[in-house]
Write a protein that binds this ligand. Structure first.
Ligand code: SF4
Ligand code: SF4
Length: 266
C-alpha cells in the first residue's frame, strides 16, 4: 500500500482523529465543530453487481469520516480485499487516503499509478465526495462501496445526528434553533402533526418529537409567540440541483487567504 503522507488540512478542523489544535488566542478548539459525513456500506451483492466482471480491482478507503464510521478505514479496506479475493478477483493495490474528498485523492491515485493502471475498476470506500474526486482523476470506472447518508454532528457516545439538510432557506430563527426539516420525520414547518405521543415522534417512538422540543425551547426562551406565526411554504427552488457557490469575485477582491488568527472560531 502507498499512502499519501501529508495531511495538509488535518490540523484545522480535523475530521478524523481526535487531534486537537488550540486556536491562537484561545478560542474554542476546532475539533468541537467537526462534522462527519456519515456512510454505511452497501450490501456485498450490490458491490459485486457494480464490479460486474472486473477481475482486477484497486481499493481506496478514506482516513477521516469513513474511518470513523467503520466503513472505509484500513480494517474495512482489508476486509473488502479479503472478500473480493475469495470471490476470485485480483486486488492490484489499496490505499487509505487521509482525506478522500480533498485533492489528496488525486495525489493518492498518482502515487499508486501502477496498481491503478493494472485495475479494471476502482472501488472507493469513502463518501460520494471521495468517489467523485477519484472518478475525476483516475480515468477508470470508479464505483462506490458506500452509501452517503448525511452530514452528522456527534451528540455523545458515538451517536451522530443529522442537524441540517442544507435546504438553502433556513427557518431555525423561528424554531428556537432546532431544525424541523431534519428533526421532524415529516419535515413539518408549522407545529406538530397529530401523532406526537408523550413528547415522542409517532414515526419512531425512540426519537423526541421535534415540535415538542421546539415548543419547550421557545418556552424557555420566552418566545412562545413564535408558535403562532405561520411559516410560509419553503422555497425549495433554493435547493434545486445542481447547486453552485461562486467565490470568484470575492477572491478577486482580496487575496483569498486567511491568517490563522482570522480562522479562529470564538
Ligand atoms: S432549516 Fe434548512 S438550512 Fe436551516 S437547519 Fe434546517 S435544513 Fe438546515
Ligand atoms: S410526532 Fe413530531 S417529529 Fe414526529 S412527525 Fe409528528 S411532528 Fe414530526
Amino acid at each position: 500500500m502507498k499512502s499519501v503522507g501529508r495531511l495538509r488540512r488535518s490540523e484545522v478542523g480535523s475530521l478524523s482523529g481526535r487531534k486537537r489544535r488550540e486556536p491562537p488566542g484561545g478560542g474554542r478548539a476546532l475539533e468541537e465543530w467537526a462534522m462527519k459525513l456519515i456512510t454505511v456500506q452497501k450490501d456485498p451483492e450490490e458491490i459485486d453487481g457494480l464490479l460486474g466482471d472486473a477481475s482486477a480491482v484497486f481499493l481506496a478507503g478514506c482516513g477521516t469520516c469513513a474511518t470513523l464510521c467503520r466503513t472505509g478505514g484500513v480494517a474495512e479496506v482489508l476486509a473488502m480485499k479479503e472478500r473480493l479475493e475469495k470471490g476470485g478477483r485480483k486486488i492490484t493495490g489499496w490505499t487509505v487516503i487521509p482525506i478522500a474528498c480533498d485533492d489528496l485523492s488525486r495525489e493518492a491515485i498518482q502515487e499508486n499509478a501502477k496498481a491503478v493502471d493494472a485495475a479494471e475498476a476502482i472501488l472507493v470506500m469513502a463518501c460520494a465526495f471521495g468517489v467523485q474526486m477519484i472518478s475525476e482523476c483516475s480515468g477508470k470506472p470508479t464505483l462506490p462501496a458506500l452509501n452517503t447518508m448525511f452530514v452528522g454532528k456527534e451528540s455523545g457516545g458515538g451517536v451522530y445526528r443529522e442537524i441540517c439538510a442544507q435546504c438553502g432557506d433556513c427557518v431555525i430563527g423561528k424554531t428556537a434553533g432546532i431544525c424541523p426539516i431534519t428533526r421532524c420525520a415529516k419535515g413539518l414547518l408549522n407545529g406538530p402533526c397529530g401523532g406526537t405521543n408523550h413528547g415522542k415522534c409517532e414515526v419512531d417512538s425512540s426519537v423526541d418529537c421535534a415540535w415538542t422540543l421546539i415548543y419547550r425551547r421557545l418556552e424557555e426562551l420566552g418566545r412562545l409567540e413564535l408558535m403562532e406565526e405561520i411559516l410560509p411554504p419553503k422555497d425549495y427552488a433554493k435547493a434545486s440541483a445542481p447547486r453552485r457557490f461562486d467565490l470568484s469575485e470575492l477572491l478577486a477582491s482580496d487575496s483569498g487567504e486567511r491568517s490563522d488568527e482570522e480562522m479562529v472560531v470564538r
